[in-house]
Write a protein that binds this ligand. Structure first.
Ligand code: ZN
Ligand code: ZN
Length: 471
């Protein structure tokens, strides 16, 4: 078996791993690289393999850094099936359509400039038609059901506890004349004891593991305290007459925030101010969450479902689809909370809210999730004094706060526990991906000190042969 790391290799975004077994090519994930526009455009356009030669694909979850380049894969000749959980497929429908819209929108301004420079137009990475063609290739398989991916390759999705429908993948690999190999692919690993999602189902009895290490060198704040912190932040904003703006991933984080705010509302721990979810994609994703309520964790079922209450609806909350309604938020002078996407502030309505508020000292900008290098969210989190929004430079005068305890990613301790249920004598190879170098280096040392000897941090395009001539 050959494993080639084609994306999220020594970085976080753009997940793509190509496995060749028994002459068949299996692609795990086909995510978008995110970051500087020109660089990411080129990287997303050009695959490190020929899409027409890929036989089949497996997708762990709907986030754009895992799914966002699928329409381009199909556009460039991929004809196979794409296996994912039913919830992931429903979320992908929303995510990928929105992404096609953003791809085209994003290039409008770039192409105006290029035309002035006499340069040819840059075509979008893909269009809505490519998305529709890609959606036809999806095949839904629920958690804990074995399915055949290719000759000699059996797979099973296990709940990864990261977002709705997110899975880790067990792969049983049988190559003639060789020892069977059990390969684990973690996808993005969630955290135990988080609201809404179940605890991650650890992949066990593995011979090899490909795992994310986003927070391989970080410990998140304690979740138990973060709900009170959020409540205090909103109370302070209300008392000070300001607004709270929360850039948030439309899928997963937004529903988590709404769920927590609903809990706080029921406990009278929120001031009487309006809360807006200003993101058409988040509204649509919430509808998908509603249709999979049976996937939610025990706490959500106990608090809301047993009381026949919708976890994603409460009196102070308004979902905004309409663009004019969204624009009207700019003129609101009384305190309020806006949750808007994208989470990394690379596109979507959050950019309008940032343009209107980033230089306002009364506004609090609250970050609750990961932001890749070079993204606007990361610059603000890193304390840049000036930032560009829609090409215009702004002084950063708003208050900024980061609550990383809302993270849907396992931290160092969680990741070590995850691997720790596998015997180092059997788990011969661990491949760290989906993590920046400082996080990976420290995590690699931690794994080695626990007896896992072959821990790799593959470079983009790097290949490994396992099974026959164990690396
Ligand atoms: Zn994810
Ligand atoms: Zn990810």
């Amino acid at each position: 078996m050959n494993i080639k790391f084609c994306g999220a290799a020594q970085t976080v975004t753009g997940s793509q791993i190509l496995i060749t077994v028994n002459g068949k090519k299996i692609l795990l994930e086909c995510g978008l690289f995110q970051g500087r526009r020109q660089e990411t455009y080129e990287r997303n356009l050009n695959f490190l393999y020929n899409p027409a030669e890929v036989d089949v694909m497996i997708l762990s979850h709907a986030h754009i850094d895992h799914s966002g380049n699928i329409p381009n894969l199909v556009k460039q000749g991929f004809k196979g099936s794409i296996y994912a959980t039913p919830a992931t497929i429903d979320l992908c429908k929303i995510m990928l359509r929105d992404s096609a819209f953003l791809q085209e929108k994003d290039l409008e301004w770039v192409n105006v400039i290029r035309r002035r420079q006499g340069l040819p137009k840059m075509p979008p990475l893909y269009t809505i038609d490519d998305v529709e063609r890609a959606m036809d290739k999806f095949v839904g398989v629920d958690f804990n059901r074995a399915f055949t991916v290719a000759p000699g390759v059996e797979a099973m999705f296990r709940d990864a506890g990261h977002i709705l429908g997110s899975a880790g993948v067990h792969l049983e690999i049988d190559e003639p004349g060789q020892k069977n190999i059990r390969l684990g692919f973690s996808g993005d690993i969630g955290r135990p004891n988080m609201p809404l999602t179940n605890d991650p189902n650890v992949l066990r009895d593995l011979d090899a593991l490909i795992m994310e290490c986003t927070y391989g060198n970080r410990h998140h704040g304690c979740y138990d305290e973060v709900e009170e912190e959020l409540s205090a932040i909103i109370r302070n904003a209300a008392a000070g007459g300001g607004k709270v703006i929360i850039p948030s991933f439309a899928i997963g984080r937004t529903q988590h925030l709404v769920y927590v705010l609903h809990k706080l509302f029921n406990q009278n721990r929120l001031p009487d101010i309006p809360i807006y979810v200003d993101s058409p994609m988040a509204c649509n994703a919430t509808a998908v969450y509603r249709s999979y309520l049976h996937y939610l964790d025990r706490e959500a079922k106990r608090i809301f479902l047993d009381a026949s209450e919708d976890p994603f609806e409460f009196p102070r909350l308004t979902y905004i689809q309409d663009i004019d309604e969204s624009k009207r938020l700019n003129g609101q002078t009384y305190p309020h909370v806006i949750i808007s996407s994208s989470g990394m502030a690379e596109g979507g309505r959050i950019l309008h809210h940032l343009r209107n508020n980033v230089d306002n000292p009364k506004t609090l900008l609250l970050f609750v999730g990961y932001a890749a290098k070079e993204t606007l969210a990361r610059k603000l989190m890193d304390g840049h004094k000036t930032v560009k929004v829609f090409g215009e430079e702004f002084q950063v005068r708003c208050k900024i706060k980061i609550l990383d305890a809302f993270s849907a990613h396992a931290d160092r301790r969680d990741l070590l526990n995850y691997v720790g249920l596998n015997d180092p004598a059997r788990l011969k190879n661990i491949f760290l991906y989906h993590g920046e170098s400082d996080q990976a280096a420290s995590f690699k040392d931690a794994l080695r000190s626990k007896g896992y000897q072959n821990v790799h941090y593959p470079a983009p395009g790097e290949s490994f042969v396992i099974g026959k001539n164990d690396v």
